[in-house]
Design a protein around this ligand. Structure first.
Ligand code: 13P
Ligand code: SF4
Length: 304
């Protein structure tokens, strides 16, 4: 079926199903273009908690669709391709969290939303890359546990020299792969460009950045700053909305082949049509897990 026909079908089915389509900033261009809201993890969680749609079609990975279910348990949340994993979320198991809690019983557990529902359920509060600094700042405890991303934890630590952030050694393989050498080379090739890094990057890469920001934070900076050239240190899919929203600016990537998350490219327009037609694949979580995980997500959303 032609692209135009697929889009027509999606619009029609969306009305019929009273559905809303949410897409992460890394999704393929054609998915971003049909979404009702495209955003970073924080914006998408907020939208999922506020919409009055009956069905949420989530174009992203499973932990994102799970978060939508946690904040809107009465709604049907669909992931158009079954169980799209996240390599970082896969790194941590519930036993790892329980072991950290046992070792540091007084330290609250701050969990990056890039984790599965059962991990959120044993956490005190969630955070995203857009608000980790704010979230940790609300905690009175001097010692804090951050999971599962060690790079986000080390980035957040920079803002709190008086706190001790204990972290689990997980990481996003795509962000973690970016090296200072690649950034320096790209800076040499584009001397006018400023470098914005995602907090999931290694500390020695963030040291080279003029700014560190979530994906939507990068979009806001690109729009707001007077600069005309940017080097972008995040998954390569972000170049699409950056270029679309700023046709007069130039965006460079230091390692486009390495920083491509395959999970984020799995969903096609055909999958979205099928999801709306057959109401698949529904995110199903145990009630108890939803209740516990909701406390941690809600605490974050109250701070934003
Ligand atoms: P944000 O869009 O919240 O910055 O998250 C980045 C990411 O890696 C999502 O998988
Ligand atoms: Fe997970 Fe990294 Fe892919 Fe985001 S980019 S979904 S953190 S593996």
């Amino acid at each position: 079926m032609k692209k135009e026909k697929l889009i027509e079908k999606i619009l029609d089915l969306k009305r019929k199903r009273k559905a809303i389509i949410l897409a992460h900033n890394y999704q393929p261009p054609e998915i971003q273009d049909i979404a009702d809201l495209r955003g970073d993890s924080l914006e998408l969680s907020l939208k999922a908690s506020k919409t009055d749609a009956e069905v949420i079609v989530f174009c992203g990975v499973i932990f994102m669709a799970e978060t939508a279910k946690i904040v809107s348990p009465e709604k049907k949340v669909l992931l158009p391709v079954k169980g799209v994993p996240c390599d970082m979320a896969d790194m941590i198991k519930i036993e790892d969290v329980l072991a950290l809690k046992e070792k540091y019983p007084d330290a609250p557990v701050v969990t990056y939303v890039n984790s599965y529902a059962e991990i959120k359920a044993v956490s005190d509060i969630c955070c995203t890359s857009a608000n980790s600094v704010k979230v940790v700042g609300t905690l009175k405890e001097k010692r804090v546990i951050m999971i599962p991303d060690m790079n986000l934890a080390r980035y957040t630590q920079r803002f709190y020299p008086d706190k001790e952030i204990i972290y689990f050694e997980g990481f996003c393989p795509f962000h973690h792969l970016l090296t200072p050498e690649e950034v320096i080379k790209c800076k040499q090739e584009h001397p006018e460009a400023i470098f914005i890094a995602h907090p999931e990057c290694r500390p020695d890469v963030i040291d080279l950045a003029e700014y560190a920001a979530s994906t939507s934070g990068m979009l806001k900076l690109a729009k707001k700053l007077p600069n005309k050239e940017f080097i972008i240190g995040t998954e390569v899919g972000l170049l699409y909305p950056l270029s679309k929203e700023n046709p007069d600016k130039k965006f460079y990537h230091p390692a486009p082949e390495k920083m491509l998350c395959k999970s984020m490219k799995k969903i096609s327009l055909v999958d979205v049509v099928r999801a709306l037609e057959n109401l698949e694949y529904e995110v199903v979580l145990e009630e108890e897990i939803i209740k516990k995980a909701y406390n941690a997500v809600k605490r974050m959303l109250e701070i934003v």
